[in-house]
Every structure is written in C-alpha cells, then in structure tokens.
Design a binder for this molecule. Structure first.
Ligand SMILES: C[S@@+](CC[C@H](N)C(=O)[O-])C[C@H]1O[C@@H](n2cnc3c(N)ncnc32)[C@H](O)[C@@H]1O
Length: 190
C-alpha cells in the first residue's frame, strides 16, 4: 500500500477528544482567528450550525458574530468535546446563544432552518458523505451557505475532490474558495 492510500485510510477515523488539544490551543490563533475568518458570511440574528464543533474553537466566534438575537447549534459525536465547549462558552458570556447537540454517527438529527453551516476539519471523518451532506442541505434555508474546510496536511486532494463531487450531486453550488491557512476551503450555497 502506498503512502497516499495509507493517508486516505486514516481519513475516516474520528479525532479522539484528547487529541483536540494538539490543535485547539492558543497557538492556533496565529493561523486561525475565528471572528475575522468567519465575519464575511455571518450577520447578527442568523442561525449558524457548527458541525463537528470539537471543543468549540469556532463556536464561540460564531456566537459573537450572530449576536444576542442569533443562535448557534454546536454538534458533535463526543460528549467530552461538548462539555469543554460549554465551559468555554460560559466564560466567554455567550452560552445563552449556543445549543449543544450530541449527534449519532449516522444521523445529525438537527432541525433547521439555518443560514450558515460550518464543517471545519471534520468532513473527512464522516464515512457516509451522501447522507451527511444531504442532511446539511435539508437543514439550510434556500440561499443558505456551507463553509467546508479540510486540512491540507491530512486530506489528499483526490479524496477532497470526491467529497466535492458529493456536494455537487447533493445540489450545492460552489461560490468561492476562500484562503484559509493550512486548509482547502469551499463556500457553497443551497
Ligand atoms: C478534528 S476535530 C475538529 C474540531 C473543530 N471543528 C475545530 O476545527 O477545532 C473533528 C471533530 O468532528 C467530530 N466528528 C467526527 N465525525 C462526526 C460526525 N459524523 N458528526 C459530528 N461530529 C463528528 C469529532 O468528534 C471531532 O470533534
């Protein structure tokens, strides 16, 4: 088996909660500043969904951008991630705008309608991509946006192209490819 195949084999593995600290730490702010990074697509009052939110690196920023009249649904498979996120949200004073939702591997179980969905460094961990992007499509409003961001160092271009083909088949239209450090990013519209 070649290196590329070996790398692709690890793609469907769910990131364990303790490994999250290796990238969700203060050093990451050098590369990813949540609010300026997400500000072009968010407005006060919006409903945003952070899928595979982990410990909430982007969730708190989303909650600040959607403001007191907005709402953020933070979705993850692992309760440990949501517990850390809840503590962070309380410290940041935005816990009242964040709904925590523990999903199942084969179902997000989130109701819409949402204006914006973020999947940051997580879609490669989902084995059934047609079901996953189909659920995201259903929960978005018509005209709603999905920002798909995948890590360059971990996800091959070939597997990302397969994911983008699923998004197209689901009905998403590609709008732009924003520049995000260490990543490949795609902004899509329903
Ligand atoms: C690499 S972490 C990224 C966390 C966060 N988005 C960030 O950028 O810091 C991937 C996260 O996706 C979650 N995840 C994996 N598969 C999932 C699925 N099918 N549904 C929801 N969350 C999932 C994992 O539990 C983990 O918290």
């Amino acid at each position: 088996m070649g290196l590329i195949e070996k790398l692709e084999e690890t793609n469907n593995m769910v990131c364990p909660w303790w490994l999250c600290y290796s990238f969700d730490n203060p050093l990451r702010r050098i590369f990813h500043k949540p609010e300026p990074l997400l500000a072009p697509w968010l407005k006060p009052g919006m409903t945003a969904v952070d899928i595979g939110c982990g410990m909430g690196y982007f969730t708190v920023g989303l909650a600040r951008l959607t403001g007191p009249g907005g709402r953020v649904i933070a979705v993850d498979l692992q309760q440990q991630m949501l517990d850390v996120l809840q503590r962070r949200a309380r410290r940041a004073g935005v816990a009242d705008r964040i709904v925590l939702h523990r999903c199942q591997k084969d179902s997000l179980g989130v109701g819409g309608p949402a204006d914006f969905v973020l999947t940051f460094w997580m879609a490669h961990e989902v084995p059934d991509k047609p079901r996953f992007f189909g659920e995201i499509f259903s929960l978005l409003k018509t005209g709603g946006q999905l920002l798909l961001v995948e890590p360059k160092f971990h996800v091959t271009l070939k597997s990302l192209e397969r994911t983008l083909a699923v998004c197209r088949e689901t009905g998403f239209g590609l709008q732009e490819e924003p520049t995000i450090a260490l990543s490949r990013a795609y902004l899509m519209r329903k």
